[in-house]
Ligand binder design. Structure first.
Ligand SMILES: [Zn+2]
Length: 121
């Protein structure tokens, strides 16, 4: 590591700088609790995206997603994680259902087109 005061190179285990004798600050520190709590995703964007597929499942997804940040701020980390998970599940259920319906719809159109081409007029 390098001294933050004079820039001299020091041993990683050194407490004070070999050149200027100033205490060396340990730059490598674990993430604070605040940073950890900020990492709980709300999945709000995903929930909003799912709204374009199936709005019925998007409603609980958005409700859970909107609760996440409030729960994090009030310190209910476990509840925030739970809400985050539920928001993600509801979002993907909605997107999954929406994609399934779109695929089925395209399939019906293709089958309908093939049948009409093959059938004598
Ligand atoms: Zn120094």
């Amino acid at each position: 590591m390098f001294c933050q005061n004079c820039g001299a190179e020091n041993n990683d285990q050194a407490i004070n700088c070999v050149k200027c004798n100033k205490p060396l600050k340990q730059a490598v520190a674990g993430p604070s609790t605040h940073e950890v709590t900020q990492q709980i995703p709300s999945h709000l964007v995903l929930a909003i995206v799912s709204l374009f597929f199936v709005w019925i499942t998007a409603i609980p997804a958005i409700i859970y997603a909107s609760r996440v940040s409030g729960l994090v701020l009030s310190g209910n980390i476990e509840e925030a994680k739970s809400a985050s998970k539920k928001a993600k599940i509801w979002s993907w259920v909605g997107i999954g259902l929406g994609v399934a319906v779109i695929v089925l719809y395209i399939f019906i159109i293709i089958v309908g087109a093939v049948v009409s081409v093959n059938s004598p007029t």
